[in-house]
Ligand binder design. Structure first.
Ligand code: GAP
Length: 453
């Protein structure tokens, strides 16, 4: 069943241009995926909303965009060269590699071949900087964006004039040569992270850890993820990463089980202490009021963007007797409204196009005049478009259009004026499967002016 559901979702993603295999015309490349027109929008919407909530809506978090390639000593200091390893075995016959922890018995599950002895495999991708390929030019693609934040702690602290507690947020690509990638975009070798490092007084670390656990769960609710599908998992001693004092995962119930979507960690003073030692620069904080100098503790929130895309898709996917629908939250939906002329005559396409033109600066809208209107609705259902506006013969008489709500397929008729505000009102009040009933009707139909005042 679970496999079936994932296969259907993968087929939908290909059909609708959400995600497809990378380098497909060359036979594809393992575990690499490309985001098509709709997928690129979904991803951007997730990143934009994270960035807004983390930086724009707060005064205590600054943004950063650091380089992927960094000084190789960073990975010594961070512990990644020593600890970012998985014990691995290889089948002597078919040469497939497995994580040691995933294999049962001493023979390959694919071909029955014998395994090699376990050896340590570092997950970082190695490359060379500059024209000479020797050990002095070796560098690594970053396996997490976090280190770019730690090494820039002073560079951000001083110009921003922030006081502790404060955070630095960053979105960017990370690379891990995973031994067993899989489950579509769940585990890949190239992916994007959205990470925020919050610098706090050591005595307040527990308090801020609790705060960020709450905030991050709330964020998934705000992008429409059903709360019953999320849970918090605390790491046991044996699960803790080398840097963590304590750690929690936000897990989602995927068709293939409960799995991590985001990590929330108390990293203690590990990172700043290590970088102070390896760089010889004091990464400390001086509190003007208490006259105390100390190494801040770090509370980290570390989410994967591709994994969040998968969560939104899995959570939104529904099969109904007559249709497949993606019940994406309007914040995440790639297109906010489909705009259709009912038929291609009597000036209807022109009016629909005029509406499209007037709205396109505020939302991503999609004009479609091809085929029966029912088919056009279905196409938008599969793309996750929350609203569809239709121009029909009554529009010519009284300047009204219908708005169809995706989840309930209910329709209402509204005046053409102020469509932008009406759509905003609908999107702001959106509740999955609740349709128009959650919107204050009076406000909706006649209160547009009040909204503006
Ligand atoms: N800076 C801490 C850190 O990187 P992590 O738990 O290793 O912690 C954080 O990774 C998040 O990055 C994960 O919760 C997941 O969403 C995402 N992530 C990690 N490895 C990934 C992979 N191979 N493919 C896709 N996303 C991945």
């Amino acid at each position: 069943m679970a496999e079936d559901l994932m296969n259907k979702l993968i087929a939908l993603c290909k059909r609708r241009g959400i995600v497809f295999q990378s380098s497909e015309i060359y036979g594809g490349i393992s575990s690499c995926w490309d985001y098509g027109p709709l997928g690129a929008e979904i991803k951007r919407n997730i990143k934009d909303y994270w960035w807004k909530t983390m930086t724009q809506f707060r005064s205590d978090v600054e943004g950063l965009d650091s380089a992927i390639l960094m000084h190789p000593k960073i990975w010594e200091a961070s512990g990644h060269l020593e600890h970012f390893i998985d014990p691995m075995v290889e089948c002597k016959k078919c040469h497939q590699r497995f994580k040691l922890e995933d294999v049962e018995g001493s023979n390959c599950p694919n071909c029955g071949g014998e395994f090699t002895e376990a050896r340590q495999f570092n997950l970082m991708f190695k490359t060379h900087i500059g024209p000479v390929e020797d050990s002095s030019s070796e560098i690594w693609l970053r396996p997490e964006t976090a280190q770019g934040i730690y090494v820039n702690f002073l560079n951000v602290l001083s110009p921003s004039r922030q006081k502790i507690p404060f955070g630095i947020a960053q979105i960017g690509k990370a690379f891990r040569n995973e031994i067993t990638p899989g489950n579509f975009i769940f585990r890949t070798r190239e992916f994007e992270q959205m990470e925020m490092q919050y610098f706090v007084h050591p005595k307040e670390a527990d308090k801020w850890l609790e705060y960020w656990k709450e905030q991050r769960l709330k964020w998934y609710d705000e992008i429409g993820i059903r709360s019953g599908k999320l849970r918090m998992h605390q790491h046991g001693e044996d699960e803790l990463a080398h840097y963590a004092v304590s750690a929690f995962d936000i897990e989602y119930e995927f068709p293939f089980g409960w799995k991590e979507v985001e990590g929330i960690h108390n990293r203690g003073d590990f990172d700043l202490t290590q970088h102070t030692e390896f760089s010889d620069k004091k990464l400390t904080y001086y509190d003007d009021e208490t006259k105390e100098r100390f190494i801040p503790y770090i509370i980290e929130t570390s989410g994967g963007i591709d994994r969040t895309v998968l969560v939104t898709l899995v959570d939104a996917y529904e099969e109904e007797p007559e249709r497949v629908v993606l019940k994406l939250h309007p914040r995440i939906a790639p297109v906010k409204a489909g705009i259709f002329p009912l038929v291609n005559r009597d000036g209807m396409p022109e009016i629909a196009m005029k509406i499209t033109e007037s709205m396109k600066y505020d939302f991503r809208v999609f004009f479609d005049k091809g085929g029966a209107v029912g088919r056009r609705y279905r196409r938008q259902d599969e793309a996750g478009t929350p609203y569809s506006l239709t121009v029909d013969s009554q529009t010519l008489e009284d300047e009204t259009v219908t708005i169809r709500e995706r989840d309930t397929m209910e329709q209402i008729r509204v005046k053409i004026d102020n469509l932008k505000v009406k759509l905003e009102l609908l999107m702001d009040n959106y509740k999955r499967d609740k349709g128009f009933s959650v919107v204050d009707e009076k406000l909706f139909h006649e209160g547009i002016k009040q909204l503006r005042e």
